[in-house]
Design a protein around this ligand. Sequence first.
Ligand code: F6R
Length: 260
Amino acid sequence: MSNTFTKHTDRQNLTLCSDAEQASIYTARQIADVILEKQKQGERAILGLATGKTPIKVYQELIRLHKTEKLSFHNVISFNLDEYYPICSKSIQSYSYFMQHHLFGHVDIQPGNIHIPHADCSSDRIPFYCTDYEEKIRSFGGLDLQLLGIGRNGHIGFNEPGSSFDSTTRLVDLHALTRKDAEGDFGTIENVPYQAISVGIHTIIKAQKIMLLAIGKDKSQIISKALRGEISTEVPASLLQTIPHVEFILDRDAAALIGD
Ligand code: F6R
């Protein structure tokens, strides 16, 4: 792709793109390639998916590939990273609604193959529910690909600063900045849930391939910290510096502060 180039440094596997559109098209193509490769082998593609503003154009491109290039999702099993707690899965702020609206409602994925931490369960059932989510991922042989965005505080999934690198799926408290960033979706800060169910950092890094996509200048500072700063639980995404099977896909604005 003319506006994209991949840079393998001794530290990281970076793909720098001219703009958000190129970054999204590139990311969607990588996801489509995993799905197609698995189809060739007669296997299922186990995808870890993200929500938020960042992947919206990726999902638009996947829908385009489905509609115009016959990319089928019949072999896809999906596991979303997270969901607010508590929230009704039918609410328009829920990640269930988001995924249906931005991807699943437009492609031929089988409804029974979709997994999203569902936050309708009672609080005493959450630990069982989280163990079960991990077990389901394991039962499919783990994730073939995990798509990630990054929060302005360095969170991946809703693994907020301070999350253990060994963490698995669990109930988490949302950081004040994360709640602030969600305020627009919920109308007022009071309406933003204080908690979420999130897969853990350990769950994420076990995926065969990880793609972290960051778009826009709002992400430039945290990208510079995550890729060039100290590895610390205070910046959960910084752990990805140590993982060889991570690809960072950045548009020009998100990459502005990383230097060479
Ligand atoms: C969403 C998720 C979060 C987002 C992050 C960035 O499922 O896991 O880590 O990827 O908060 O959100 P946006 O893309 O809205 O900037």
